[in-house]
Ligand binder design. Structure first.
Ligand code: F6P
Length: 330
């Protein structure tokens, strides 16, 4: 029977992580369990940096972006010696269950601990929304809203000057943010890593056609993981913007939204998702289920074995991609 659990946030932060921590602590307290908050992700676990959390210590955080526990990417933890230190810290503090809030890199660590007998449950949180086994991860909805908010503003100035705007958004290996924000923001084109057939000369023709048909501007969303003409470049947004300017002669501006996408108050959807995920993670530990990640599928909160998370790939919604293309035709 689990009596004391640890919770940590790891990898890139995501808005809603605080709501998940709050749910873990309060659901645990509801069941009479103690919770230790581990600072700086696995880096803090390795050096035994943790504090007891109470219902009061997670007050007033549901609306705050970032993570009160801080986060880090730990190189030490990926080595055997680091892993052993982490296990030692857990045993020293008599922690018998661990909840890891983070992305797929964080879950690799969680799986390594799980394979060493630590009862571990993962809570998916990454703005990239690229974790297999769950339709949504904490932080994605807020990030998409941040992008759409920026695109709305860019649209005003783009129309006034009748310019082309290229907006580069996050998504290291996946185009989920670009696709959702592109559809919701009414972008003329969306460039994502999953669309390998994308041709930049076709894109230029499309931009020209748009202006010929009376469009006042062109907004192109580029995922940071997009490879223009199959090439790995430092900033695909810069590359695409310069290419369009050169080939069409249109006045073109480039905006890289960067980390602004990852901050700010979490949306209602992220707060609710985080609250449900955090609570479910505690319940799973109480039911004796571990070595799993919580997830959402068809509006149901589910648990997914880590092995399934790593064997799959979070596919892009091809129908949505096609829809965005059809609806953006002038
Ligand atoms: O994994 C989330 C993410 O925001 C990616 O979209 C992005 O490429 C990366 O993290 C940036 O990482 P860092 O904050 O370490 O620069």
């Amino acid at each position: 029977m689990v009596k004391r659990i640890g919770v940590l946030t790891s990898g890139g932060d995501a808005p809603g992580m605080n709501a998940a921590i709050r749910a873990v602590v309060r659901m645990a307290s509801h069941h009479g369990l103690e919770v230790y908050g581990i600072k700086y992700g696995y880096a803090g676990l390795v050096r035994n940096d943790m504090d007891k959390l109470s219902n009061r210590s997670v007050a007033d955080i549901i609306h705050r972006g970032g993570t009160i526990l801080r986060t880090a990417r730990s190189a030490e933890f990926t080595r055997e010696a680091g892993l052993l230190k982490a296990i030692e810290a857990l045993s020293l503090n008599e922690i018998d269950g661990l909840i890891v809030i983070g992305g797929d890199g964080s879950f690799r660590g969680a799986m390594a601990l799980s394979e060493r007998g630590i009862k571990t449950v993962g809570v998916p949180a990454t703005i990239d929304n690229d974790i297999p086994g769950t339709e949504y991860s904490i932080g994605f909805d807020t990030a998409v809203n941040n992008v759409v908010d920026a695109v709305n503003k860019i649209r005003d100035t783009a129309t006034s000057h009748e310019r082309v705007y290229v907006v580069e958004v996050m998504g290291r290996e996946a185009g989920h943010i670009a696709l959702s924000a592109g559809l919701a923001g009414g972008a003329e084109s969306i460039l994502i890593p999953e669309d390998e057939s994308c041709s930049l000369s076709e894109l230029c023709k499309r931009v020209v056609r748009g202006y010929q048909r009376g469009k006042a501007h062109s907004i192109i969303i580029v995922a940071e993981g997009f490879k223009p003409n199959g090439e790995d470049v430092e900033s695909p947004g810069m590359y695409v913007g310069n290419y369009i300017r050169e080939k069409t002669g249109f006045e073109t501006r480039i905006t890289i939204l960067g980390h602004t996408q990852r901050g700010g108050t979490p949306t209602v959807m992220d707060r609710i998702l985080a609250s449900k995920f955090g609570a479910k993670a505690v319940e799973l530990l109480l039911e004796g289920k571990h070595g799993v990640m919580v997830g959402i599928r068809g509006n149901r909160i589910v648990s997914v074995p880590f092995s399934e998370v790593f064997s799959g790939h979070q596919e892009i919604d091809r129908d949505m991609f096609e829809l965005a293309e059809i609806l953006s035709r002038p």
